[in-house]
Design a protein around this ligand. Structure first.
Ligand SMILES: Cc1ncc(COP(=O)(O)O)c(C=O)c1O
Length: 425
């Protein structure tokens, strides 16, 4: 075995690991544009934007420049009692985003912490109102992160089960994109269960299997929740930056009370979490009564380099070049989904914004590691020079915007080959 494999096996433990990982472990030395390059020089198209964080491509020059400039000026400073220009500018831009809450921003380190902040804010705010909350609400099949609060709001699957006794009370609503929601029943349940907030991945459940629902289905549910005084927490950690066709999915829905961003927020360069809150929550969080205020913080809260990268990301995202690349990608996905739906109707080809997904025809459930088809498909992808990250039998792509048409066609071709391979009786 190569020496790095031995070292890795001895000294490193990876996220969501499985002993078999060691055999197909990749050693990536470099990344350029849509490509990852391993230690032998072999390239892989990053068809999943490195766990959905990358937006324009690896090493994107304007982002690299902003990182360098900011690192030379102010790399980091404590954010309690201190502020700085990148955070000020970024917060102003984030509260102007269409569909997002317009009060203030609380920075943290990643998607899970952005969710933790939103849940803590919602709980504390509601606990001080006339009706004390007893739980949160979330959708079945959800994924909101791996810290204890975020995990409580996610599907209670293999990864969550061992910690069930530690989790905050969360009651689940069946995710029902086809038939919609029984709104009378939901009103009754709210009166019995007193949820502080409902947390949801707007329009698109990512880790749950790229499950899509229309604004027409989701909006009436959100309206009822709002009418009944349940705070809305939109988890846009994945859906932000075009994954549902608009900058925020919430543009197509009700403006939530709290909105979580991360992943593509820095274009895939550095971690950053942002929790956007309504003016009412922003005022409450600054109230004079010290015992009732909102307290939370991380050492790297509001890191200036991450904030500078997020500013550069927003600037790039709105540029005509990137918007053109985005529209072309969406168009290609739509054409491909239409073709596949003609030829392979059982695969339920579906697309939304920059995401295109199919179900491989096998009656399985579960994620990558609990389902052998996921591993087989992952390996087949690597052999063909493409990095996929199947979700059980769901094979999808959400490539960086710099992915050219040749590379995109390679991704589609391998997806189609796999579809045919598994379609065979
Ligand atoms: C919708 C959603 N929320 C939260 C998270 C957690 O983000 P992070 O992995 O940065 O903690 C994820 C990660 O996949 C996610 O998809």
């Amino acid at each position: 075995m190569e020496s790095w494999k031995l070292l890795d096996a001895q000294f490193l433990r990876h996220p969501f690991s499985h002993p078999n990982d060691q055999q197909d472990m990749l050693f990536i030395r470099k990344a350029e544009g849509a490509l990852l390059i391993d230690e032998s020089g072999k390239t892989y198209i990053d068809a999943v934007s490195s766990w959905w964080v990358n937006l324009f491509g690896h090493g994107h020059e304007p982002l690299l420049q902003s990182l360098k400039n900011q690192a030379e000026t102010l790399a980091h400073v404590m954010f309690s009692g201190i502020t700085h220009q990148p955070a000020l500018e970024l917060a102003q831009q984030l509260v102007q985003l269409k569909g997002g809450p317009k009060g203030a921003v609380f920075f943290s380190d990643n998607g899970s912490t952005a969710v933790e902040v939103a849940m803590k804010l919602a709980w504390n705010f509601r606990a001080q109102s006339s009706r004390s909350p007893t739980c949160f609400w979330a959708f079945s099949g959800a994924y909101h992160g791996d810290t204890l609060g975020a995990m409580a709001a996610g599907e209670r699957d293999l990864f969550v089960k061992p910690y069930e006794h530690l989790l905050a009370p969360v009651h689940f609503l069946e995710y029902n994109p086809q038939s919609g929601y029984d709104l009378d029943r939901i009103r009754q349940r709210i009166k019995q269960e007193h949820p502080a907030a409902f947390i949801y991945e707007p329009l698109l459940q990512g880790a749950g299997g790229m499950r899509m629902q229309s604004a027409n289905t989701l909006t009436p549910l959100l309206q009822v929740l709002r009418e009944e005084g349940v705070l809305l927490i939109a988890d846009e950690v994945f859906t932000g930056f075009g994954r549902t066709g608009t900058t925020l999915a919430s543009e197509q829905l009700l403006t939530p009370d709290l909105l979580c961003m991360s992943k593509a927020l820095t274009g895939g360069f550095l971690p950053l979490g942002a929790t956007l809150m309504s003016p009412e929550l922003a005022t409450w969080a600054e109230q004079p009564d010290r015992a009732k205020r909102f307290y939370h913080g991380h050492s790297f809260t509001g890191n200036p380099i991450s904030c500078a990268l997020a500013l550069a990301t927003l600037n790039e995202w709105h540029s005509p070049t990137q918007q053109h690349a985005f529209s072309s990608l969406v168009q290609s996905h739509e054409n491909k989904a239409a073709q596949w739906n003609q030829r392979f109707p059982e695969a339920s080809a579906r697309c939304m914004g920059s995401v295109l997904a199919i179900d491989l025809p096998r009656n399985t459930s579960g994620y990558f590691y609990t389902d052998s088809i996921g591993r087989e498909v992952y390996k087949a992808g690597l052999q063909a020079g493409i990095l996929f990250r199947p979700l059980g039998n769901v094979l999808y792509t959400v490539p960086p915007l710099c992915t050219n048409s040749d590379q995109l066609n390679q991704i589609y071709q391998v997806m189609e080959d796999l579809l045919m391979r598994y379609s065979k009786p």
